[in-house]
Ligand binder design. Structure first.
Ligand code: ATP
Length: 355
């Protein structure tokens, strides 16, 4: 028996996590699911959005499933799960399930993974006033020779690219590409930067990634500037395998890629550190549809499948994903964002039946 901590977060996050946990229980998987206080309710009852007891349970759990963040109390939960745990690799599988509502003419065969560096780049934000920067670095010039002091009033943000941070995300992406290659995928890393403009920061990321990939001669490699990558992910989404992105680029491109494969309602993710992982849909709390019982739980169910695989329950993970795929293929019980009429619980009931 394995232990899972389920944290709904806010808005539809609570609905899709509850429905997913009920599905996992009804499926008879060997799991004990705990739902400790967190977010706004914990703030009211315990004076903090992530009580120590909740942290203790997360620390001991075999798997952690999160719903969605919205306001500050649920963002504090993400801050704990992601940044305070140094969960540096954000993994977002992008896969087309036959029957899903992709806007592309032919989405068949889309099956790749976005790996987003989670701890550096422009996030978490390091910002300030231009006047402070001008005082600290009076000689700093842009590409056309202007000093910071010449801009007048304004703000700046610092983009950080460290060798250690880049090497570890590159190693992570290579390990993932190798595992996919063993399952018949191409085993190719597409590194996404804007190194033609940001030659020192993005250029460094690219150079360090290339050094790491060279140590994996069984893997193929290509580099793509972020604007070109956006175009290619829409035009040739079947041609990529593991797309390794700097933080901000990965944030944007993974929403674009998710939409191409069928929408936010079906896009799962996992965040991995060296000794830590948690899983969540990539969508937010969707205040526009919260409380109506109509949110698509697929993204959370597929995140749970990733969690099961990570916990050593690969057979259960495969069965769950296959059941989801079957419901999409049959197109009889799809949620509204996929062109159907099924509510959150109806969809889960259909997945249970397919199991
Ligand atoms: P937040 O500020 O919490 O990120 P948001 O509304 O800005 O919330 P999302 O929650 O990602 O962003 O929602 C974007 C759009 O996608 C909304 O119209 C929402 O209803 C829709 N959406 C997101 N997730 C789902 C889902 N699981 N099922 C159906 N529609 C969804």
């Amino acid at each position: 028996m394995k232990t899972v901590v389920a944290l709904g977060g806010e808005g539809i996050g609570v609905e899709v996590v509850d429905a997913t946990c009920a599905l996992l229980a009804a499926a008879g998987f060997p799991l004990r699911v705990l739902t400790p206080p967190h977010g706004e309710a914990a703030q009211r009852a315990h004076g903090t959005p992530v009580p120590d007891e909740t942290k203790r349970l997360c620390g001991q759990a075999d798997g952690i499933l999160f719903g969605a963040a919205g306001g500050p109390a649920s963002v504090a939960v993400i801050t704990y799960l992601r940044w305070q745990q140094d969960a540096y690799a954000n993994v977002r599988p992008i896969k087309y399930y036959e029957g899903a509502a992709s806007p592309l003419a032919d989405p068949r065969g889309i099956d790749f993974v976005m790996v987003r560096e989670n701890m550096e780049g422009l996030y978490p934000a390091r910002e300030g006033d231009l006047a402070e920067l001008a005082r600290a670095m009076p000689e700093l010039r842009d590409r056309i020779g202007r000093r910071v002091g010449e801009y007048g009033e304004g703000r700046f943000a610092v983009k950080v690219v460290s060798r250690a941070g880049t090497e570890r995300i590159a190693r992570f992406a290579c390990a993932l590409a190798r595992r996919r290659r063993a399952r018949g995928r191409p085993g190719r890393i597409t590194c996404v930067t804007k190194s033609n403009v940001l030659t020192r920061s993005d250029g460094f990321f690219q150079e360090v990634v290339e050094g790491v990939v060279r140590q994996h001669p069984d893997l193929a490699y290509e580099h793509s500037h972020v604007d070109d990558a956006a175009r290619r992910l829409v035009r040739f989404p079947q041609a990529v395998d593991v797309v390794l992105c700097m933080n901000l680029y990965g944030d944007i491109l993974s929403d674009l890629a998710a939409e191409a494969a069928g929408g936010l309602g079906i896009a799962p993710s996992g965040c991995f550190g060296d000794r830590w992982a948690y899983f969540e849909s990539i969508h937010g709390s969707a205040p526009d549809i919260a409380g109506q019982g109509i949110a698509n739980p697929t993204a959370t169910i597929l995140s749970a499948a990733m969690m099961l695989e990570h916990m050593g329950l690969a057979a259960e993970a495969e069965r769950l994903e296959a059941a989801v795929a079957r419901v999409y293929r049959e197109r009889r019980h799809l949620p509204r964002d996929q062109g159907g009429t099924a509510g959150t619980k109806d969809f889960c009931a259909a997945v249970l039946k397919a199991l």
